[in-house]
Design a protein around this ligand. Structure first.
Ligand code: ATP
Length: 585
């Protein structure tokens, strides 16, 4: 058992030492039949049945039967203290996990993670069950092995030498297999927890999922997790099968060796028939099952319990950082900023400086996958750079009060959020104090007058699934337009609108006070924009549309490509190919 697992249960062991000693004592008594089995069988045969004294043979076998009864009573008696110990361990673990998760959640100011429910309910119960089996079975199996070996040595000393070359390689192989098994088992537990968390996310977010029309995607996500969980469980089962094969082989080979040696030993008079049967009894009913139990228990179950305990111990939640400041200006800046999704990934941008004055109207363009969404997420404080800083009004985003930041910077993604509620609730979600006239005027700007009358006015109940994706985007845009946000970021938020509706929406936002950043869906957005930011591999180039046309071959190629294909949306994959073919940066 590793040190983490030991640390998790050692307090419970220390508190229940007496129960464990009782288990050991009863187990010791339970091995008496094993110790006597071979010898009594040998005596019953050699001096009883084979010597023509069946009465003596039966009497000796009767003694063996009585010892079996004694063993059964002893095993039964060991159950009581074992249950006391197992329950104490389970209570201790539940207490530890609940305490740690609640403490972490409270100090982070967040809800406890749902993976903890799976840990408490499933994994502590696993520990209780396995641990009680383990302690019971290991103590009796070890004692049984000692007893069977002692008996075997007394009857056939040569057999001990035959056991070594069989059991040692098998033990080595089992250790190797166990290491792989433990890794797979940990992966399988992680999959289980991820599945539980995903299901919880979907079940608690049903309204949001319906609002965004994301039922298909949510189903796919759960399906992916389910498949991963099933794959992981199959991997664990496969390795368990391989281990069982090795254990079976190692358990049966000594018996085969004994049977092969027996004719020579018996004919030389080194072994009587009774001793042979006694030795077989030790191997078949003592050593083989004990070896099987020890390797299985120490292999599968002890590893399983150690793995679960190690995972149960990792319940820390990193506290979410929340600053305390509010900025008085709204200019955005990146200073020496580097962002990458993982330590091994290419940076999306590296050591980058960029300043956007308050009131800027900027359109971001670039090939698909270059990092436009990532960049705007960093500006919205949804992602943090690994180096450098991102500031709003000169204040690092991580020092700003999160609630203030969310109110000041609104990011609208492609997936529009319309929830089941009235038209008014949907429009005024970010501006609860807005007057009806303001709501209707804004809705009219975005071409939603018809939608309002379709639902019978602002009090009409919207069923999100009856709206087209374009209507959803318009409702979301109108909602953000009404919000107090001083920085609005539209990340392809108009992608489902026709070019005319898109132009109307963009013009509305261009007239709205504050900063506007738009990730362009069509090149027409860039042509209309005050400033354009061209994002390339490792480079950010800023300018007006005309400036970039002259200074950036990539941008010129993009515009040329797009105007020749007028009316189409930017096929950014093709654009990337066009840029690559042209050798631009
Ligand atoms: N959460 C994430 N974890 C790891 N990689 C990610 C994650 N999100 C995005 N990426 C990767 O980062 C790169 C930039 O993605 P991003 O969505 O910012 O590009 P984009 O220019 O907005 O693309 P598109 O125009 O297709 O929306 C892509 O290679 C993407 O696969």
């Amino acid at each position: 058992m590793n040190s983490v697992a030991w640390r998790m249960i050692s307090p419970a062991i220390a508190r229940n030492r007496r129960a464990l000693v009782m288990v050991l004592c009863w187990s010791l008594l339970g091995t008496v039949p094993t110790l006597l089995s071979g010898v009594l069988v040998a005596v019953a045969l050699d001096r009883g049945f084979l010597a023509g004294d069946a009465g003596f043979g039966l009497a000796v076998l009767g003694c063996y039967g009585a010892s079996l009864g004694l063993g059964a009573v002893a095993t039964r008696q060991a159950m009581g203290p074992m249950a006391v110990f197992a329950e104490a361990v389970r209570d201790h673990l539940v207490h530890e996990v609940v305490h740690t998760s609640l403490h972490a959640a409270v100090s982070a100011g967040t809800a406890a993670r749902t993976g903890f429910a799976a840990r408490i309910v499933g994994q502590t119960e696993t520990v209780r069950q396995i641990l009680s089996n383990l302690v019971m079975a290991i103590s009796s199996a070890v004692l049984m092995t000692i007893a069977a070996c002692a008996g075997l040595v007394a009857l056939v000393p040569a057999m001990v030498i035959a056991l070594v070359p069989i059991l040692l390689p098998a033990a080595f192989l089992l250790v190797r297999l166990s290491k792989v098994w433990r890794r797979r088992y940990e992966e399988s537990l992680a999959c289980e927890e991820e599945l539980a968390a995903e299901l919880d996310l979907v079940l608690t977010g049903t309204r949001d999922i319906a609002a965004c029309g994301a039922a298909g995607r949510a189903g796919d996500d759960v399906d992916r997790r389910l498949r991963a969980s099933a794959r992981a469980a199959t991997g664990v089962a496969g390795l368990s099968g391989a281990r069982i094969g090795v254990i079976g082989l190692a358990g049966h080979l000594p018996l085969i060796v004994l049977l092969l040696l027996a004719p020579a030993l018996v004919s030389r008079g080194a072994l009587t028939t009774g001793e042979l049967v006694g030795a077989i009894t030790y191997l078949a009913t003592g050593l083989e099952p004990a070896w099987r139990a020890i390797t299985e228990l120490l292999g599968n179950q002890a590893l399983e319990v150690a793995t679960v305990l190690r995972r149960l111990s990792g319940t820390e939640i990193p506290p979410e950082h929340d600053g305390s400041l509010e900025a008085s200006r709204y200019d955005l800046a990146l200073r020496g900023a580097t962002f990458r999704y993982g330590p091994q990934s290419e940076p999306i941008f590296e050591n980058t400086d960029l300043t956007l004055a308050e009131g800027t109207r900027l359109v971001v363009v670039g090939p698909s996958g270059i990092g436009k969404s990532t960049l705007v997420n960093v500006f919205a404080g949804l992602e943090a750079p690994e180096a450098g800083s991102v500031t709003l009004g000169g204040v690092d985003l991580k020092d700003l009060r999160t609630q203030w930041l969310r109110r000041s910077v609104a990011l609208v993604p492609q997936e529009a959020y319309v929830f089941a509620g009235t038209v008014r609730e949907n429009l005024a979600y970010l501006a609860p104090a807005a007057e009806d006239v303001e709501l209707v005027d804004t809705a009219t700007i975005f071409g939603l007058a018809e939608l309002i009358s379709r639902y019978g006015g602002l009090d009409g109940e919207i069923r999100p699934d009856t709206l087209s994706v374009g209507e959803r985007q318009l409702v979301t845009l109108a909602r953000v337009y009404l919000s107090p946000a001083r920085v609005v970021i539209l990340d392809e938020a108009t992608c489902h609108l026709d070019p005319r509706a898109e132009a109307v929406a963009e013009e509305a936002f261009a007239r709205r006070p504050g900063t506007l950043i738009m990730v362009a869906h069509r090149i027409s957005s860039a042509m209309r924009a005050e400033r354009v930011l061209l994002m390339g591999a490792g480079s950010l180039v800023q300018g007006t549309h005309e400036e970039l046309l002259h200074s950036s071959p990539d941008y010129a190629r993009l515009v040329d490509y797009w105007t020749r294909d007028a009316g189409a949306t930017v096929d950014q994959g093709r654009w990337r190919a066009a840029i690559t073919a042209g050798g631009g940066s």
